[in-house]
Design a protein around this ligand. Structure first.
Ligand SMILES: Cc1ncc(COP(=O)(O)O)c(C=O)c1O
Length: 460
């Protein structure tokens, strides 16, 4: 049976009710899915249906099998992977925008979503204090944001050397020196590989004990060059020294790109804005809205000071496409042509939080990180990083005890944190990114973490 047109309201209301129920119980269920819920996913493994079924039946199955098998990433006590939840306002805007089903590649057919993106971009440029006239694109995440911004960088540095990389590729092109810190995020190196610049063909600059690039060890540059700095190390939350990097790179005529997947948002938190000082002097920036802005996936942002460089690397024309436009064409700034109007969620987050609401959310996360640091240090555990932002690295003694503690915490279910290795030391990483986390959630989680840590150390 297929859905009749008049079934649509009932179906969508059913979906909304199920989603509301799901979100309602997130705070009281185990954060990680229980083994039996994962086991029950086998219920999805059925033969490809020969014909249609009632969508409400399929939705019921989706909810009954799918919902319990989710990780509680939208809930208040998920502290993994430096990702936030989705603000309820942005879930609502996302639902509405999904109903609109706008293919937001071009302005003329989709003026509504294209306008919202342009407005949201303008607000963010103001918020991050980026240069006037900076261009930007809404992409899937920081990986593609890095890729997009670095494509503009590749265009610009080769254009300056008299080479048209879009037309002629990299065969025979003047070589580009690419500089990264030892702590570069692997997705940035992946972007370099996708751009033909090579994952390994980079100059790596040593870092300090927090993962910050040592500006005094930057290489002398000559000819086409791109320097990739980082705002927010995924383990420590530390920031590369932007003023020194920008000054040194620009003196040599190099392009400076900043990977600020989550750290760039520090610009909007008054007590942390000093961390991004000098960042606006760069030439391009990448960040995620699905991390600290707390909008639904997938939502990355690329910003490029020289909008012409971005458009030169991204824009296309075709006879069948209305690419001529009186207004900003979204797809002139992104690798994709067809895509959802993901800027709607960003607009909604910024529209509903406002400057002060955003600052409060970010500051709250930083305060939570400080409380974790204080509570864990107080309990006798070693904190491996300077807690400058929203990241806490804790060791429970030797690597085996630390991994035992992480496993116990994940299994207990009150909260979820992941493990990492920081400069040779195994650690548990606590990332405070979610709008939903309260002081009470932090206290509840601390209690469990301390108990698990002590248990794991006693087992040695
Ligand atoms: C510094 C940095 N860059 C890039 C990324 C990749 O982001 P995404 O997973 O949204 O592509 C991350 C993810 O944590 C990150 O921390």
């Amino acid at each position: 049976m297929t859905a009749k047109a008049n079934d649509t309201p009932a179906l969508l209301r059913d979906a909304a009710e199920r989603a509301v129920n799901y979100l309602d119980q997130l705070g009281s269920r185990a954060v990680a899915p229980l083994p039996e819920a994962v086991e029950a996913l086998r219920g999805f493994e059925e033969p490809f249906p020969e014909g249609p079924c009632d969508p409400r039946e399929a939705l019921k199955k989706l909810d009954e099998l799918g919902s319990p098998a989710t990780m509680g990433m939208a809930g208040p006590r998920f502290f993994g992977f430096v990702i936030g939840g989705a603000l309820p306002a942005t879930v609502a805007s996302n639902w509405l925008a999904t109903a609109w089903d706008q293919n937001t590649g071009l302005y003329l057919p989709t003026p509504g979503t294209a306008t919202l993106e342009a407005v949201a971009l303008g607000w963010m440029i103001e918020l991050f204090e980026l240069p006037r006239g900076t261009a930007g694109g809404f992409v899937t995440g920081a990986t593609v944001a890095n890729f997009t911004a670095l494509a503009a960088a590749r265009h610009a540095v080769l254009h300056k050397a008299g080479w048209n990389v879009e037309a002629d590729g990299l065969f025979g092109a003047p070589p580009i020196t690419v500089v990264v810190g030892e702590e570069v995020h692997p997705t940035l190196t992946k972007s370099l590989g996708l751009l033909g610049l090579g994952r390994k063909r980079v100059v790596k600059v040593p870092v300090d004990g927090q993962g910050r690039m040592r500006a005094d060890r930057l290489p002398a540059l000559d000819g086409p060059a791109i320097v990739c700095a980082q705002a927010g190390n995924l383990n420590t939350g530390a920031f590369d020294p932007m003023p020194e990097i920008v000054a040194s790179a620009h003196a040599a005529g190099a392009w400076v790109h900043v990977d600020g997947a989550f750290g760039m948002w520090a610009a909007a938190a008054p007590s942390r804005a000093h961390l991004v000082a000098g960042m606006a002097g760069a030439d391009s920036w990448a960040t995620d809205a699905h991390k600290w802005l707390n909008v639904p996936y997938d939502s990355g942002l690329a910003f490029v000071r020289d909008g012409d460089a971005l458009r030169a690397s991204m824009a296309i024309t075709a006879e069948y496409l209305p690419t001529e436009t009186p207004f900003r064409n979204p797809s002139d700034h992104t690798p994709e042509l067809s895509r959802r109007g993901r800027g709607v969620d960003v607009w909604m987050a910024l529209r509903t939080l406002g400057r002060s609401g955003l600052a409060e959310m970010l500051e709250r996360c930083c305060r939570h990180a400080r409380r974790f640091e204080e509570g864990l240090r107080g309990a006798g555990f070693e904190i491996l990083n300077e807690v400058v932002l929203n990241q806490v690295l804790v060791s429970f003694g030797d690597p085996a005890a630390t991994l035992r503690a992480v496993a116990a915490i994940q299994q207990e279910g009150t909260c979820w944190c992941g493990s990492t290795v920081w400069q040779g030391k195994t650690a548990m990483r606590i990332s405070c990114c979610s709008w939903a986390t309260t002081d009470e959630d932090v206290e509840k989680s601390l209690e469990v973490i301390v108990r698990a840590g002590r248990g794991a150390m006693a087992e040695r």
